[in-house]
Write a protein that binds this ligand. Structure first.
Ligand code: SF4
Length: 402
């Protein structure tokens, strides 16, 4: 298979695994875990395992695994979504055409699954997401889905001390509410949660090691598997042990990779976007000699192990770049630019997302004043052939940086 035969995202995964990274068993394992994540979780559910659809915000996943339940990231469904899912969202549910395609894909896919014999019907959402998702939660209830939402979680700039402690306390209460929804009891098995937090910290440390090794071997893992390494760090692809084994193997491969095999020229870039579906852009970056070495979602903090595990979940959220205000992301991006000596930023978002549109403009302006060039890209979430215009603009931007 060559890139010109790629028509949808699963094709691109296979192309990346077999043609681009054929030399790396670890990358192959990682991409396979990603490809099989949702279907395998649905199969496990049909065979009697507990599974729920979930967001991936850093507090849910360790909690869900600690209860022996498989968390299935609903945003991963975008990989299967296409015209049919979008049409359902627009025609059946009357989502306006300009609504973010991520939400339309997810809702369409849920609709397509609603009558399957063993369909995962419980959804752990969050009202912190955005208005389109808030609409989605209400709509899918009518299709027989059971949705549980936590309240808004937001740390404004300058919130410290007692006010921060109050936010943490409030969030801990909400985590117990989720536990009651998951299991019927508010009581959380703290030893099990502690094991999951230790696992997460171990994985965060290992993925950081991979990202550091990539500074020496920037082309060993190209854009797609790097993005999905970070996705896996958020979800573990429903198979935590197998994900950790793939990460260990990748570290081993990178530590033993020969430097002379690397192309000499590299254009270091920071990816300030989602970890989603825009594979045409990843390919354009790779083809133009760019390397995504820094990330807005870089795992730069560990969960605290000196406080009770439930508090550790809450504090991790408020102490991290996704605490709410865009300024937190900006600070992380700034550190990443410095660390990887980036020559440019790729600001990427989903068409129709008013939130990221504003944030991206803020970041563009801020980094422009600091002399860091950026490109602002908007794509769609569902599969389809890579969008020609995005690919051309991305290539032109990277060529300009070289
Ligand atoms: S891309 Fe924006 S609008 Fe779409 S789901 Fe995410 S936050 Fe909401």
């Amino acid at each position: 298979m060559s890139f010109k035969d790629v028509e949808k995202q699963l094709d691109y995964f296979r192309y990346s695994r077999d043609e681009v990274h054929g030399y790396s068993k670890a990358v192959g394992n990682l991409l396979d875990l990603s490809i099989h994540y949702v279907p395998d979780a649905e199969k496990a559910f049909a065979e009697g395992r507990e599974a729920i659809w979930s967001g991936i915000n850093g507090w849910e996943i360790p909690l869900i695994y600690a209860n022996g339940i498989i968390p299935v990231s609903f945003s991963e469904m975008g990989r299967f979504a296409g015209v049919e899912a979008i049409t359902i969202a627009e025609d059946h549910y009357q989502f306006p055409q300009e609504t973010c395609s991520m939400v339309k894909c997810v809702v369409g896919e849920w609709h397509l699954r609603k009558d399957q014999a063993a369909s995962i019907k419980r959804v752990l959402g969050s009202s912190v997401a955005c208005e389109p998702y808030n609409m989605a939660w209400e709509i899918i209830k009518k299709d027989g889905y059971e949705v549980y939402n936590i309240d808004v979680m937001y740390r404004a700039p300058g919130v410290e001390g007692e006010r921060l402690d109050q936010l943490v306390e409030f969030f801990i209460e909400q985590i117990h509410g989720v536990q009651a929804w998951l299991t019927g009891s508010r009581a959380i098995n703290e030893p099990k949660l502690k094991v999951e937090i230790e696992r997460k910290n171990r994985l965060l440390t290992k993925v950081r090691r991979i990202l550091d090794l990539r500074l020496k071997h920037p082309f060993y893992i190209r854009s797609l598997p790097t993005i999905y390494l970070l996705n896996g760090l958020n979800t573990y692809f429903g198979k935590p042990e197998e994900f950790e084994a793939a990460v260990d193997l990748l570290i081993d491969e990178l530590e033993n990779a020969k430097e002379e095999n690397e192309p000499r020229q590299v254009i270091p870039l920071v990816w300030v976007g989602g970890t989603g579906q825009e594979f045409g852009v990843y390919e354009a970056i790779d083809q133009a000699g760019g390397a995504l070495l820094g990330f807005r979602n870089v795992p730069f903090k560990l969960y605290r192990e000196d406080v009770p595990p439930v508090e550790a979940l809450a504090r991790y959220m408020f102490d991290n770049q996704n605490a709410g205000a865009s300024i937190y992301v900006q600070q992380v991006v700034e550190q990443e630019i410095e660390k990887v000596k980036a020559r440019g930023l790729i600001l990427q978002g989903v068409l129709g997302c008013s939130y990221s549109t504003i944030a991206r403009e803020m970041w563009r302006e801020y980094f422009h004043q600091k002399g860091i060039p950026s490109i602002n890209l908007e794509g769609t979430f569902q599969f389809g052939a890579p969008s020609g215009q995005l690919v051309t603009r991305t290539k032109a931007f990277i060529e300009m940086l070289s």
